[in-house]
Design a protein around this ligand. Structure first.
Ligand code: NAP
Length: 184
């Protein structure tokens, strides 16, 4: 079981533009080959921050007479200090505060499967700060945004260990890193 921050990013390190839009990413369509399906099959619990949840909620609910279903079957912990709208047929758990107890609950729910930290970057950073982040998988798109939601607003030390670097089509490189702990 590993706790993995898996996300797409711009070349200049933003996971959403200043308007919280992902149009810069969706212009490319699906990655070929699509590694996300295989990744998701190994995920047993999900965590995301409220901006990410609200983005998903808004897009899934965009057509009032034809709402799209929540896409994930495994439980999702949504970090927020606010009351957010929920979704039908979705296992959503709204939480706030320290990540450690949430991580314990996620690990129990996930069994031997992985924990996916969807984002944003600071939430992934909170897991990193607590020594609970094991891996980063970032798909770097060949665009720069000049600003937006940061990929990983942390000082990373010791350096991450690069496990693999792959190319996808003409626009993406995927880097897979292991997080090293300060003392082994
Ligand atoms: N490129 C990609 O593949 C990708 C992946 C993921 C996300 N995204 C996008 O990137 C953007 C990320 O937004 P973001 O940087 O604002 O991050 P976010 O993590 O989605 O949301 C941050 C908010 O979550 C809440 N939160 C975070 N930690 C908390 C804690 N420990 N306890 C309680 N609440 C906590 C806080 O809001 P409140 O307390 O006010 O609710 C905080 O302002 C979104 O637009 C999202 O759609 C892109």
């Amino acid at each position: 079981m590993a706790t993995i921050f898996y996300t797409a990013t711009s070349l200049d390190g933003f996971i959403a533009d200043p308007n919280n839009s992902l149009d810069w990413l969706f212009q490319f369509g699906e990655l070929e080959p699509n590694t996300f399906e295989a990744f998701l099959a190994g995920v047993g619990a999900i965590a995301m921050g409220s901006t990410t949840y609200q983005w998903l909620y808004d897009h899934l609910s965009a057509e009032a007479d034809n709402p799209q279903p929540w896409p994930y079957l495994v439980p999702t912990w949504v970090f927020t200090s606010r009351q957010l709208p929920t979704m039908a047929n979705a296992d959503l758990r709204f939480v706030s505060g320290e990540v450690e107890p949430i991580h314990r609950a996620m690990a129990i729910a996930a069994g031997d499967k992985n924990l996916w930290i969807v984002g944003g970057g600071d939430l992934a950073g909170q897991f990193y700060d607590a020594g609970l982040l094991d891996e980063l998988v970032v798909q770097i798109a060949s665009v720069a945004l000049g600003g937006g939601a940061p990929l990983f607003p942390r000082r990373v030390d010791p350096p991450l260990q690069l496990l693999s670097a792959k190319t996808y089509g003409h626009h993406f490189a995927e880097l897979h890193y292991r997080v090293l702990r300060p003392h082994g």
